[in-house]
Design a protein around this ligand. Sequence first.
Ligand code: FAD
Length: 300
Amino acid sequence: LTVTDRISLDRGRPFFAVEFFPPKDDQGEADLWRAIRRLEPLDPAYVSVTYGAGGSSRDRTVRTVGRIATDTTLVSMAHLTAVSHSVTELRHVIGSLAANGIRNIMALRGDPPGKDPLDEWEPHPEGLMYADELVELCKQSGPFCVGVAAFPYGHPRSADLESDTEKLVGKFRAGAEFAVTQLFLEPDGFLRLRDRVAALGFDQPIIPGIMPLTSEKTFHKGPELSGSPLPEALVKRLEPYTGDQKTFRAAGMEVTGELCERLLAEGVPGIHFYSLNRSTATTELVDRLGLLAPSPAPTA
Ligand code: FAD
């Protein structure tokens, strides 16, 4: 199934999806597969695996997503970036995804390897400049369903929100079927982005990407890496729990639950959880938000 097939099968019922990263070693592989096996019965709409900066991690993305496609009942999606790849190499990776039964690709430009995301982007001399070109390449290469990245507060290199939104709809024009957002901690930026896209006449689903606030590290690192603001009111709200992992987690998960509830009340199609290869926080939120698939009707 493609992601869009699967979303339409849910007939408007909000779904959840889960993002993983490729494991670095045997322990990481075991942790990832434990998380996958725990989440599989909850029936996520899709699971995705990120694409790293270098050779071996990239091979692990293809291997991991291929194994998800063959060994589980899950709809799988591979992320792919244009970083350090010629167009010929990109065609080769896309071919190996197809050979592994992958029908869904999250097409991304990526960041300059080993540098600050704000550094000047230099494309591979025989590569691609922007994600919209990768969307086109995927679409020309086979019957792929393609997702792209969206930024509620604008990509750090975008001049302003209007031009950032133009670039996002440029990716829809190039054939992308849906977008997933960078993580964010309060709903307003997301809702304004959705309004700007709708005002330009596009109705592709924009799926909020949510990182469960399970620790002080995720609270501070997430916004730092993503460029979304750390809201002052949230800092104040979570301040009393600093230094105590257990109570911080409980308060952080409450904040995350409230954010997801607001987004669902605003009619988002579903929620994409950044899982960090764990299952517990996602499971708790899916349960709280009532995103579990209804049990099949008993057969006579
Ligand atoms: P683009 O859409 O190409 O945008 C990059 C910049 O160029 C923006 O400022 C945009 O406004 C501008 N721009 C875009 N198109 C044009 C154009 N035609 N003309 C002029 N300017 C243009 N990174 C990884 O390395 N691996 C991953 O697996 C990964 N997964 C991600 C998943 C999600 C959901 C998100 C939100 C991000 C992910 N990233 C990943 C990070 C992403 O690669 C970076 O944020 C990168 O800097 C931007 O990628 P993009 O696809 O949005 O690029």
